[in-house]
Design a protein around this ligand. Structure first.
Ligand SMILES: Cc1cc2nc3c(=O)[nH]c(=O)nc-3n(C[C@H](O)[C@H](O)[C@H](O)COP(=O)(O)O)c2cc1C
Length: 261
């Protein structure tokens, strides 16, 4: 609400504010053929590289291109058909052909005086955040890969040193890596070295148990090394290893000496 300002001055203020909100703002008229743009702010011009006169009268799909995911476009189309607000992140193209990630919000606005609904769209460039997320995802999968280092030490024996915290996700990822490795190499023994595991909990126990079952099915024997005396006490609430008939040794070196003979 404005106090003591002529309508014309109010409009100037609102226009200046919308031009500088740091995002694209557009209005389309769905009563006209192909729902064309009837307004775009300065933020839209800066974001897309198009001048208002180049886009007014055209549909916003002019920003789409080869890398735009059709699923995202379907989502927008569906929302508009039902006159529902839409929020989507989609790849769009600037006038110069460069791609950006567009965080697009669209919502219907009913203007009572005209008894008509228009659509307002707000576009924000979120490319930097998307790039950081992609990079983070890449690093996380690299960390996961490196945290299951299966080392072949002989033609029929590999060692997997268990390091860090074992949670459910890590356990599944380890089982996947182990089954892939054993399937490829068809080894006789897999040594699971626990000397770098600091506390023995249910997850670790489940890990050993499930890995034993998996390897059993694949014809590879699981050998455990590096169990500290404290583990024996900590593992007491869970099932006993002896029940799994696993071979256990104090160190990897000792296991290798026995298994080689
Ligand atoms: C207000 C409004 C703003 C829009 N802004 C964009 C946009 O920035 N980028 C885009 O790719 N599509 C945008 N669209 C979506 C397209 O205009 C179009 O609705 C979409 O491509 C689905 O329709 P179609 O299958 O006819 O292409 C917008 C739509 C509306 C109503």
């Amino acid at each position: 609400m404005f106090a003591r300002l002529e309508e014309i001055q109010q409009n100037e203020f609102i226009k200046a504010a919308i031009d500088h909100v740091g995002a694209g703002v557009v209005i389309t008229d769905p009563e006209q053929d192909d729902n064309p743009l009837i307004y775009c702010n300065q933020g839209f011009e800066e974001l897309t590289g198009y001048k208002a006169e180049e886009v007014l009268g055209r549909n916003c799909r002019l920003l789409q291109g080869e890398e735009t995911d059709p699923k995202h476009v379907d989502h927008v189309r569906e929302g508009l058909a039902n006159r529902k607000p839409v929020k989507v992140e989609m790849k769009n193209y600037r006038k110069d052909g460069t791609v950006f990630w567009n965080e697009l919000h669209i919502f219907p606005v009913y203007i009572a005086q005209m008894d008509q609904t228009y659509f307002v769209g707000v576009q924000k460039d979120v490319s930097q955040r998307r790039e950081q997320e992609e990079l983070l995802g890449h690093y996380l999968s690299e960390v996961k890969r490196l945290s299951t280092p299966i080392v072949p030490v002989q033609h029929n024996i590999s060692v997997l040193p268990l390091v860090g915290t074992i949670d459910d996700e890590r356990l599944q990822q380890m089982l996947e890596a182990v089954s892939y490795h054993v399937k490829e190499k068809k080894e006789e023994y897999l040594i699971l070295d626990m000397s770098a595991v600091h506390s023995y909990n249910e997850e670790v126990h489940m890990g050993v148990y499930q890995m034993n079952q998996l390897l059993d099915l694949m014809g590879t024997k699981l050998v455990i090394t590096g169990i500290k005396p404290t583990f024996a006490i900590q593992s007491a609430p869970y099932a006993d290893f002896s029940e799994l008939s696993l071979q256990t040794y104090a160190t990897v070196k000792q296991a290798l000496q026995v298994l080689r003979t």
